[in-house]
Design a protein around this ligand. Structure first.
Ligand code: ZN
Length: 423
């Protein structure tokens, strides 16, 4: 496999501003003062031993990248890549005679959204590395707009916290997929996207998603089509059963890792009366058996003012939930630990608000799990044949099929309105 690896923050520990003049080529680079992460040198060696072709892809200048890569890793390197713009990387790969349509043969590894978006524009799989810190969303618990959140929001195929985990992913690619994506390929896993983790006085608040509902281009494992189907009247029971099964598998894995965490209730973010298909989430909720009491703890007020879909921002979504959803007074939640299912995680507004509402009623641990995680939109590599502007990939609501769009101003784009079939 061709393995495109980012340099700074992925192989070498150069987050400090002090290295910037070298990376920018303003001063000469002394490779002796650049330190690889523990295990980075062995990791690159191991890739070669396993028969892979590692290539470093960096935005820094050649007079920094080349001496550092030569000293520690001894593999080819692309410098001034201008990620996530694919042009420089594409030209390099084509000059080596590589077939970019063989998407499974190439993978991108890096620690930022730039690496992940570069991968997505090609349709390659991506591994987001988090070698600096253990908790992806700890930087900004208030609004979910922390830097690491952006990296996760771009929708990596995988996330790895150590070099060993990267090797494990490369060796077992299907078994490393997110649970809901794996089960659509016939594989059972209990991997979830770690969207938020917090612990207050030993009480946990944990948010997870089981698959990516990608906006724009993606590797072939994203399940936007499953998400779209979930909203259709004619959705298949077979897929609902698969979603139920991977949800059960994930919760069982949590119970296996943390037997001390005892759960008391399983509930769902209630469907509104106007939801189509009717009982959209409840039908899935009913299929899931966790061996816990299943109750409708959350309900909408009789008159719901508008829809959350028209509120793209975190704060607006939280306000909407607070004003319109309530916790039933039928239940004594004091000291109770609750698992909640919802269909989609976008900004985290619903998860945070629901968790806080349950906490205010005395709840202990909160595990909020969504089936789908909406990733950010990535521009396409394809230019419009009429006006030359980059095109977006969008999905038709009626049938879930994707198409290229040169989005015109009436849909907040700058394009000419040309559309073309995708794939
Ligand atoms: Zn156009």
């Amino acid at each position: 496999m061709i393995i495109l690896i980012d340099l700074d923050g992925t192989l070498v520990n150069t987050a400090s501003e002090a290295f910037k003049p070298m990376k920018d080529g303003k001063i000469d680079t002394d490779p002796n003062i650049i330190l690889p992460f523990n295990g980075a040198i062995e990791f690159v060696k191991k890739l070669v031993e396993l028969g892979h072709t590692p290539i470093v892809v960096s935005d820094s200048v050649g007079k920094y990248v080349n001496p550092v890569v030569n000293k520690y890793f001894g593999v080819p390197a692309i410098s001034m890549a201008y990620k996530p713009n694919p042009k420089v990387t594409e030209e390099y790969l084509l000059s080596k005679g590589l077939d970019l349509s063989k998407r499974e043969e190439i993978i991108i590894i890096g620690d930022t959204w730039l690496d992940i978006e570069l991968g997505r524009t090609f349709g390659f799989r991506t591994i987001l590395t988090q070698f600096y810190k253990a908790n992806p969303s700890s930087e900004n618990q208030q609004d979910g707009i922390g830097k690491t959140w952006n990296h996760l929001k771009s929708g990596p195929t995988y996330v790895a916290r150590t070099f060993e985990e990267v090797i494990k992913i490369l060796t077992n690619p299907l078994e490393s997929l997110w649970a809901a994506e794996a089960i659509m390929k016939g594989v059972k896993t209990s991997n979830a996207i770690r969207l938020f983790d917090a612990s207050y006085d030993g009480e946990y608040k944990i948010f997870r998603a089981l698959g990516r509902q990608e906006d724009g281009e993606c590797d072939r494992y994203g399940i936007a089509s499953t998400y779209k189907e979930f909203h259709r009247e004619d959705r298949s029971t077979d897929n609902l059963k698969k979603l139920a099964e991977c949800f059960e598998n994930y919760v069982k894995s949590i119970q296996a890792i943390s037997p001390g965490l005892k759960w008391d209730y399983f509930t769902y973010v209630s469907d509104k009366a106007s939801t189509t298909p009717p009982n959209k989430l409840k039908v899935l909720f009913d299929l899931i058996e966790l061996g816990l009491p299943k109750d409708k703890i959350l309900a909408w007020k009789d008159v719901v003012d508008g829809s959350i879909r028209n509120r793209p921002h975190y704060k607006e979504r939280r306000d909407f939930i607070r004003q319109n959803l309530f916790v039933s007074t039928e239940f004594d939640l004091s000291g109770r630990s609750i698992i909640i299912i919802d269909d989609q995680f976008t900004t985290g507004g619903t998860a945070h608000e629901v968790a806080d509402m349950l906490k205010q009623r005395g709840a202990k641990h909160i595990l909020f799990i969504t089936m789908f995680f909406m990733t950010s939109l990535v521009m396409s590599r394809k230019s419009c044949p009429k006006c030359g502007k980059p095109m977006k990939i969008q999905m038709r609501k009626s049938d879930g099929n994707k198409f290229y769009s040169c989005t015109p101003p009436q849909y907040r784009g700058t394009g000419c309105g040309h559309i073309e079939n995708y794939g």
